[in-house]
Design a protein around this ligand. Structure first.
Ligand SMILES: [Zn+2]
Length: 162
């Protein structure tokens, strides 16, 4: 994706109030990101780790969603898979994140959940720039995996906004 400005990021959120999007904590290293390697920008609020945010481009438009990270069940060694990039993690590497739906659906308390890498670094796992142990063997190329991840993400965003 292309590097967005801070104000474009704040304006992109579809499921927050204006006050929430004005106040939310943006990453401090936006200038240092390797934007061409990112299918989406995802981050956790360091002061409130149960808050996560995801911003991406769909059809040339920036779309952002605020997510709530479900508490991890501790004490169990387990493996789980990110539904966006299909990276398998052990322990707390995958989290259930839920987005309040946009508009009237959200006001009625409806939300949509997705299992996603807890660090929201799917783009880097896909490109082999970050590792989480052995990957499921697939014959797809990296470009095909990126396409699949984008399609899954677009479908998720559509559920949030429909
Ligand atoms: Zn992932």
């Amino acid at each position: 994706m292309l590097a967005p400005t801070e104000s474009a990021i704040r304006a992109s959120f579809v499921n927050t109030t204006q006050g929430e999007s004005k106040r939310l904590a943006l990453p401090h290293d936006l200038d240092a990101r390797s934007w061409s390697d990112l299918d989406f920008l995802g981050w956790r609020d360091p002061a409130a780790p149960q808050r996560a945010y995801l911003v991406t481009e769909t059809d040339g438009e920036l779309v952002g969603v605020a997510l709530r990270v479900a508490p991890q069940q501790t004490g169990r060694v387990r493996r789980s898979m990110c539904s966006l990039c299909l990276t398998t993690h052990t322990g707390d590497g995958v989290s259930l994140m839920t987005a309040r739906k946009a508009g009237s659906g959200g006001r009625q308390g409806n939300s949509v959940g997705v299992y996603v890498c807890s660090d929201l670094a799917c783009s880097l796992y896909l490109r082999g720039k970050k590792h989480a142990g052995p990957r499921m063997h697939e014959t797809l190329t990296v470009a095909e995996k990126i396409d699949r991840t984008r399609a899954t993400l677009t479908a998720f965003l559509r559920k949030v906004t429909e």
